[in-house]
Design a protein around this ligand. Structure first.
Ligand code: IPM
Ligand code: MN
Length: 361
């Protein structure tokens, strides 16, 4: 098997965590004689500084010519005063649109090794395994018209969806639910927004083709609360772009650190993989960043773009094993007399790599 991956490491901790994740991915793939070809491209703040644009044409061309794109993180404080279409984030949004993936899969899970990292009680998070399917190409993120009129002092965005845009993401979520615990929760704000009424009606329509999946609906405000109170009740959750952005960060609290969570975006020309965490400029370059979210993202690449399930599962087991053995990056350490073995970004990467090797041997 041969797989061409474009790595866009981006800003802040992006480069240091993707470096470790790519090394783990290479390790896992090479055992079975698979060949991973890595090319690198600039995106985000580093691209603004070097190429004068957050998404250079060269990066876009390379992305469309790859089997998968692996993104680190984008964003930095020095760009905060730029207009939305000039910021590092615009590079990521442009890449998402060009690749065409509309279903962003974001797992939220509890690991018993990290139970103390969650502010939620162990009895609440024990066994949580949610898969969020966040619609990624519609809603207020891309809706037009959009404007900040400095003269009138009025600004607006447009939260817009077509039936087809809702139907295709609902279908992906329902198919995923069929392979899991056969439960789908659709999240909207249909008590206030027309766009949510269309969302709900469309999900109901598509779900009729999946009689084996139990469908429920929640309003987004109530859902924010249910996720904290009874997260175990949810299996697959499908929602629109902005609600999904918010609820998946909230759900990071279940795992205990956003630094642990991977994501995969499917359904377009080229799949896009990115950890959920951001660029964390405050800790960049200090060896403090947690590479496990990026490493778990590399497992998703092997699973969804290479069909290498054994290797993907080996990476996931290796991460658990390393945690079980008491290894932690600094973000995962609570209290003073913790007894953990605290590792730097590269040490953690090496530990996981070594463990993957043992598992696949
Ligand atoms: C995410 C991020 C992005 C988003 C930003 C960086 C554009 O918050 O992937 O969740 O809002 O989608
Ligand atoms: Mn976000």
């Amino acid at each position: 098997m041969q797989l061409k991956i474009l790595v866009t490491a981006g800003d802040g901790i992006g480069p240091e965590v993707t470096r470790e994740a790519v090394a783990v991915l290479q390790e896992a793939a090479s055992v079975g004689g698979n060949e991973i070809i890595i090319t690198e491209g600039r995106i985000g703040g580093i691209a603004i500084t070097t190429d004068g644009t957050p998404l250079p044409q060269k990066t876009l061309d390379a992305a469309l010519d790859s089997d998968a794109v692996f993104l680190g993180a984008v964003g930095g404080n020095e760009f905060n005063s730029l207009a939305p279409d000039k910021r590092p984030e615009a590079g990521l949004l442009g890449l998402r649109a060009a690749l065409g993936g509309f279903a962003n899969l974001r797992p939220a899970f509890a690991l018993k090794e990290l139970a103390v990292n969650s502010p939620l009680r162990a009895e609440i998070i024990d066994g949580v395994d949610i898969l969020f399917v966040r619609e990624l190409l519609g809603g207020a993120y891309f809706g037009k018209p959009r404007e900040w009129n400095k003269e009138t002092g009025v600004a607006f965005n447009t939260m817009i969806y077509s039936r087809e845009e809702v139907a295709r993401v609902a279908r992906v979520a329902l198919q995923l639910a069929q392979k899991r615990r056969k439960k789908l929760c659709s999240v909207d704000k249909a008590n206030v927004l027309e766009v949510s009424q269309l969302w709900r009606a469309t999900v109901i329509e598509v779900a009729a083709e999946f009689p084996d999946v139990a469908l429920e609906h929640q309003y987004v405000d109530a859902m924010a609360m249910h996720i904290m109170n009874r997260p175990r009740d949810f299996d697959v959750v499908v929602t629109e772009n902005l609600f999904g952005d918010i609820l998946t960060d909230e759900s990071g609290v279940i795992t205990g650190s956003l630094g642990m969570l991977p994501s995969a975006t499917i359904g377009g020309k080229v799949n896009l993989y990115e950890p959920i965490h951001g660029s964390a400029p405050d800790i960049a370059g200090k060896g403090l960043a947690n590479p496990l979210g990026a490493i778990l993202t590399s497992a998703l690449i092997l699973r969804h773009s290479a069909g290498l399930e054994t290797e993907a599962a080996a990476i996931e087991s290796a991460v658990r094993k390393v945690l079980e053995q008491g290894f932690r990056t600094a973000d995962l350490v609570r209290g003073k007399d913790h007894g953990y073995k605290v590792l730097s970004t590269t040490e953690m990467g090496a530990k996981v790599r070594e463990t993957v090797k043992q598992i696949l041997a």
